[in-house]
Design a protein around this ligand. Structure first.
Ligand code: SF4
Ligand code: ZN
Length: 476
């Protein structure tokens, strides 16, 4: 397939290209724009004008340099073998295909999509979004030959985007709702996705009914459909094998697949834990689940949060720490859908004597809490604080005690554990094989993570422990 008739180059080599705000001509979508989306719909073949691109709203050449605009990308496809289950998987490819364009940076998916067009590309003649539509159509048909016909409609006008935006939101909800009814023990096949390895080479998503991919866009049904039509593609079947630990969600098949696909980097994953052998995170997770050692609880902040988290860090700061395809105990990139699963981080919670991960969740940003409200068990819903209830860890502690949050019952044991560690520290000798837990505070002394060393021997000449005083944030 050739793109030589276009003013800019197109190809996988440009994936990973960063466009900083100084280099951008315009920004489309992203956190500062209210309504934006990308959606793929399978249509009847008669309804598609193959190759057709339509634009509703100002084109690139009508936009002000440095401006921010809405973006809605609706890709409609037809083909004999196509089924609705494939829509989400095709939709995820919009991210990849946009990034193929030299001069476009694309982040995220669904209603969090965020693009930048570089000034260099604009000056070379990439001055119309119709060119983007044409590129998408060519790539979709070339890379996914089961797509026989394809048309693209792009929305950049704040009014015109409203209707298709609502349609997109209800499509996402319908997909999520269907997936919520199914659980890991109900199926005999899991799936893996390596689409994000161009950014995070050791990252593999394990997609199971309870763990929708962390980008939130590929659930178990979507992955099943993708693996069926393209078994050698980026989404593939994973035989679960033997379940070694049902509370942790450890499966031999997943461990083997991880070892193979992560270039030997990761060979053990607990699907339902943020603390031990956690699932890796690339960069497109919908939210970060982070451990708060001071209260032995977890916080969750989502990508759209307009506040900093209770540990003093913004989503972007924690995303840097979490992403990149490494296992980061205490930081876990997750989809919003996973929060509604009864298996959500259940290993960590059950280890602490709690009923499930949601009972160890102590803080969420208010926007996120509102979104997942209906999935929070009634007996804990009002006990999870947001930035509107508390503004630092001390206030959070007080809140949890006042509300009798279930996590409070784990505090006594924590104190005992610390006491044991103190004794060990004063001896300063070789520590026998065993499990050691230590807590490392994050920026400003707040947040941070817990390091658990299993079956370890530690020898140190001296152990120096310095107190880091936490800076309290002032309530505005
Ligand atoms: Fe695939 Fe996971 Fe990347 Fe989503 S986040 S595209 S499921 S690898
Ligand atoms: Zn990713």
């Amino acid at each position: 397939m050739s793109f030589s008739d276009l003013p800019v180059d197109v190809g996988p080599v440009y994936e990973g290209e960063r466009i900083r705000s100084k280099q951008m001509y315009v920004e489309l979508g992203g956190p500062k724009i209210e309504k934006h989306f990308e959606l793929v719909k399978v249509r009847d073949v008669k309804k598609i004008k193959d190759g057709h691109v339509e634009l509703h709203g100002p084109d690139l050449k009508d936009m002000e340099q440095g401006g921010r605009y809405p973006i809605g990308i609706l890709v409609e496809v037809a083909g004999e073998q196509l089924e609705e289950d494939l829509e989400a998987v095709f939709e995820r490819r919009i991210h990849e295909f946009c990034n193929f364009v030299n001069g476009i940076m694309h982040l995220n998916q669904r209603y969090t999509n965020w693009m930048r067009v570089s000034t260099t590309a604009y000056e070379k003649g990439f001055n119309s979004l119709e060119l983007l539509g044409t590129i998408l159509i060519r790539l979709f048909k070339a890379e996914l030959p089961i797509i026989e016909k394809c048309q693209v409609t792009i929305y950049t006008d704040a009014k015109d985007i409203e209707e298709p935006y609502e349609m997109a939101m209800s499509t996402y909800e319908k997909r999520d709702e269907r997936a919520r009814g199914l659980h890991d023990e109900d199926v005999d096949m899991f799936y893996g996705c390596v689409l994000c390895q161009s950014f995070a080479p050791t990252h593999v998503c394990c997609i199971t009914p309870d763990r929708t991919s962390l980008c939130g866009s590929i659930n178990w049904f979507d992955a099943r459909a993708a693996a069926k039509v393209d078994p050698k593609g980026p989404i593939f079947e994973v035989e679960p094998g033997e379940c070694k630990h049902d509370v942790a969600g450890e499966y031999t098949g997943i461990n083997e697949m991880m070892a193979k696909r992560s270039l030997g980097e990761i060979d053990r994953v607990y699907l339902y834990s943020a603390m031990e052998f956690p699932h890796t995170s690339c960069g497109c997770f919908e939210a970060v689940d982070f451990y708060i050692p001071e209260v032995n609880g977890h916080g969750i902040i989502d990508r759209n949060a307009d506040t900093i988290a209770i540990n003093g860090l913004a989503f972007s700061a924690m995303a840097n720490q979490t992403g990149g395809g490494k296992q980061m105990p205490g930081f876990n990139g997750i989809s919003l859908q996973y929060i509604s699963s009864p298996k959500f981080q259940q290993y960590d919670a059950i280890e602490e004597g709690l009923d499930g991960g949601i009972y160890q969740t102590v803080w969420m940003n208010s926007g996120l809490k509102e979104r997942v409200q209906e999935f929070l068990p009634e007996d804990v819903r009002d006990k999870i604080a947001t930035e509107q209830d508390v503004s630092d860890i001390n206030e959070l502690k007080q809140w949890l005690e006042e509300k009798e949050h279930p996590v409070v019952q784990t505090w006594v044991e924590e104190e005992e554990e610390e006491y044991e560690e103190d004794e060990w520290e004063s001896e300063g000798a070789m520590v026998p094989m065993g499990t050691q837990t230590m807590t490392v505070p994050g920026v400003g002394g707040a947040g941070g993570f817990k390091i658990i060393l299993k079956n370890c021997k530690i020898h140190a000449e001296a152990v120096i422990i310095k107190r880091i005083d936490s800076k309290k944030k002032k309530k505005k």
